[in-house]
Ligand binder design. Structure first.
Ligand SMILES: Cc1cc2nc3c(=O)[nH]c(=O)nc-3n(C[C@H](O)[C@H](O)[C@H](O)COP(=O)(O)OP(=O)(O)OC[C@H]3O[C@@H](n4cnc5c(N)ncnc54)[C@H](O)[C@@H]3O)c2cc1C
Length: 391
């Protein structure tokens, strides 16, 4: 019955994509798993523009119209001058309905055998002579402790669990993208396109986006580098952007949040504890996309964690198989992408405008061409760009 069992092999904290995949992968291997989520409903509130590559989704699930708001077949990049370049690719990606998508991921974890408790907030870790022994939590107004051998912290960008385990989670403002987004009505986004807008005045150290949700609604947002928020907020930038491009629109929902756009934390495991997803800074630093990477990391953490439980060894020495696999699958790519992001942030509007003017006349442009053209004055980065797109 709900909330009565108080001993599990693994407790996963956080019911987002990282936590759900970790719980799913671990329960699938026959260990006992509890997934806890502090909010009353998995997937709510949505703090996301909901764009994801189709290939990433298909690694785990068959696409379902219940959680796909729009199919994406093209990207359009706008330079500050207003000129644009576009790329078309069949079956490129989706704009999700995340409240349904996240719930489906948790549902898969439950089907695999995990218990899921909502309205349950982790409040601390319990140690027995320095060995992890359980998680303290407030579950629907009741303080309780659940004993376990391993904790997977998938509690998002503001992760507290990792700090309780004495893992360093700090990131500089430079590596934090601060975002504001509205779900806007009356915007008539072009079907099948995700649009991006760059420029020092539009979104310093970031970009603005328009992701279609329906025939007359879109997620319209802006992310700016944390360093610039001292002068002006992301909300102010967004209001200016909307006034220019969508003056007739009406907001239906608002989201404010941040995304870690550095590289994965140095230490993401310690004795009895693993961190995954935004909590571990496992995000694409160029795009700020973290749904897919959270799923990939969560799956590895859940699988490695379950195998560690079965082997009777949850020491750091055993759990490092998770960061080792992550490095192979994504970490090395993330480091290259980070160097490219750093270079992009130094670009001036003139470079974007010249690139758009140059490539606009070609009809076979690929995203790689844009990066190569933009960065041609920094030859040291060309290898990183080429490798980034070879992945
Ligand atoms: C405005 C905005 C737009 C974005 N757009 C995109 C996009 O288009 N595409 C993309 O790929 N990524 C996007 N992202 C990033 C993406 O949302 C995250 O990278 C992704 O959700 C990370 O998944 P996660 O499971 O690691 O963390 P989260 O999805 O943040 O899940 C963490 C969960 O842990 C829960 N939790 C926290 N503390 C506790 C606790 N103590 N006890 C119990 N539960 C707890 C939270 O309530 C939350 O449900 C965007 C982010 C923002 C802010």
């Amino acid at each position: 019955m709900y909330g009565t069992k108080a001993v599990y092999d693994i407790v996963v904290v956080g019911g987002g994509p990282a936590g759900a995949l970790a719980a799913w992968a671990a329960a699938d291997r026959g260990v006992s798993v509890l997934l806890i989520e502090k909010d009353r409903e998995i997937g709510v509130p949505v703090r996301c523009a909901e764009g994801i590559a189709a290939a990433t989704v298909k690694k785990f699930l068959d696409p379902d119209p219940q959680w796909v708001s729009a199919k994406i077949e093209g990207l359009r990049l706008y330079a500050p001058s207003g000129e644009s370049i576009e790329f078309l690719e069949e079956g490129l990606g989706y704009v999700l309905e995340r409240r349904v998508f996240d719930r489906e991921l948790a549902n898969r974890a439950a089907k695999a055998g995990a218990d899921v408790w909502v309205s349950t907030c982790a409040t601390g870790l319990m140690f027995d002579q320095d060995r992890l022994a359980g998680v303290r939590m407030a579950s629907r107004g009741r303080d309780m402790t659940v004993r376990c051998r391993l904790v997977i912290a998938a509690d998002g960008v503001e992760s507290r669990v990792a700090r309780w385990a004495k893992l360093r989670t700090m990131s500089s403002l430079r590596d934090l993208e601060v975002c504001t987004q509205y779900l806007l009505h009356n915007v008539a986004p072009e079907k099948g396109y995700c649009e991006f807008f760059v420029g020092e005045e539009i979104a310093p150290g970031g970009y603005a986006w328009v992701f279609p949700k329906g025939p007359d609604t879109a997620n319209v947002g802006i992310g700016i580098c944390g360093l610039y928020t001292r002068k002006r907020s992301s909300t102010d930038y967004l209001h200016e952007f909307i006034a220019r491009w969508y003056p007739q629109s009406t907001p239906l929902a608002m989201v404010v949040g941040s995304v870690p756009v550095g590289v994965t934390l140095k230490e993401i495991v310690t004795d009895g504890v693993m961190i995954a997803g935004d909590a571990a800074h496992q995000v694409n630093p160029v795009s700020g996309g973290g749904i897919g990477t959270a799923m990939v990391a969560g799956e590895i953490a859940g699988r490695v964690g379950a195998e560690a439980i079965k082997a009777g060894d949850v020491s750091r020495n055993r759990l490092v198989r998770y960061p080792q696999e992550w490095e192979e699958v994504y970490g090395h790519y993330q480091k290259r992408a980070y160097r490219v992001k750093e270079a992009i942030h130094k670009l001036k509007d003139d470079t974007y405008n010249a690139t758009a003017a140059l490539l606009q006349r070609r009809n076979d442009v690929r995203l790689r061409d844009v990066f190569l053209t933009v960065l041609r004055h920094q030859p040291s980065l060309l290898i990183d760009v080429i490798r980034m797109f070879r992945k």
